[in-house]
Design a protein around this ligand. Structure first.
Ligand code: MN
Length: 355
């Protein structure tokens, strides 16, 4: 079933339509990336409303099941569809419609807003299962990041600034076909690796540092997410011990990624192992998250969430141990859930690399 048909199953009756205004959700249903318009899905039709700036481009992108409407005034065009199609009630995206948008919708639109239906949640539940096409695009995004990663490893040497590595990665990923980077790249070295989301600056690489790279590229809207921690020239006994614990925690979590298990099962596997080794208090974030058109999307892979894993969900597995004032290690791959287990979208080895 295509995504629009899946959404229709959630419309309570023939007089209720879904009004989608979040750009990334419009892209999901129409493949059209940048509309600043609106998508109205009724029980038997689907209208993409764009202004003249986007009309020509949209004509070349959207499929024939979608009626393209060029609007001068968005609310006038929406109202004429609402009246023609006898729509009396609208579902709206509870997570992203702002208060001022909500006010305008209420004032301008000739239909009741059904706030007890959570359209953002409905769309997120549909998006959580990836199509084969989506998995291909996620893989492509990952391959771009990997190519840049392998090249940039040659650059990480004593004396090099963190931000140089980040800049080079961004340049390479774009050169290899990324439309953008998926998030502010994390390329941090030495003591700063104890900060899970430290940002690169003029801090320089020293011999014996851990260097953490948390990187992602975007391809046709789909993100990738991978983290590797490498050692520069050498690693102490303690660095090796912590690396080994994080790697085993990652593997234990990966073994739990199988349809039928819950997100909590995956988190617990990594967390229990790290706790058993005495470092539980130094693993302060969740084990993973879904990835798709958003870099962080459903499901959240954490002990509190009992979301049941299903085939074609894509989640990260990214445990870490962060020792303040010393160093940190995180190892992250994206995994595709299957009936019998999972497979990683990454092709980069996870054993400790000393560069
Ligand atoms: Mn991640």
């Amino acid at each position: 079933m295509n995504p629009i048909a899946k959404l229709r199953e959630h419309l309570p009756d023939q007089n209720t339509a879904a009004l989608i205004t979040r750009e990334v959700n419009i892209r999901y249903f129409t493949l059209f990336p940048d509309s600043e318009g609106a998508l109205l899905i009724t029980h038997d039709e689907c209208f993409l409303l764009v202004d003249f700036r986007y009309f020509e481009k949209a004509q070349g992108v959207v499929g024939e099941e979608i009626t393209l409407v060029k609007f001068k005034k968005l609310y006038d065009s929406l109202n004429s569809i609402i009246e023609n199609k006898n729509i009396t009630r609208l579902l709206i995206e509870e997570e992203t419609v702002t208060l001022s948008q909500f006010d305008s919708f209420r004032k301008e639109l000739h239909a009741e807003l059904l706030t007890e239906y959570k359209l953002s949640g409905i769309v997120s539940d549909i998006r959580i299962i990836k199509s084969d096409r989506e998995i291909e695009l996620l893989t492509k995004a990952q391959r771009i990041a990997e190519k840049a990663y392998l090249e940039v490893l040659n650059l990480i040497k004593p004396g090099v600034e963190e931000r140089t590595v980040a800049l080079e990665l961004e340049y390479l990923m774009k050169r290899y076909g990324a439309e953008k980077i998926s998030f502010d790249l994390i390329t941090i070295t030495g003591k700063k690796t104890s900060m899970p989301h430290g940002s690169p600056d003029g801090n320089v690489v020293r011999e014996g540092d851990f260097f953490t790279l948390d990187i992602g590229a975007t391809y046709e809207g789909y993100h990738s997410d991978m983290t590797r921690t490498v050692a520069v020239h050498s690693a102490t006994e303690k660095m090796r011990e912590i690396y080994d614990i994080v790697l085993k925690a990652h593997q234990k979590a990966a073994e739990k990624i199988i349809a039928g298990n819950t997100a909590a099962d995956v988190d617990n596997a990594a967390r229990d192992y790290i706790t058993e080794k005495g470092y539980g208090e130094y693993f302060g974030h969740s084990t993973g998250h879904g990835v798709g058109l958003d870099i962080h999307e459903a499901p959240i892979v954490y002990k509190k969430y009992d979301t049941v894993l299903k085939p074609n969900m894509v989640i990260t597995d990214e445990p870490g141990i962060y020792l303040p004032g010393e160093f940190g290690v995180r190892i992250e791959d994206m995994y595709v859930v299957t009936e019998t287990g999972s497979y990683s979208l990454a092709q980069i080895d996870k054993n400790l690399v000393i560069i």
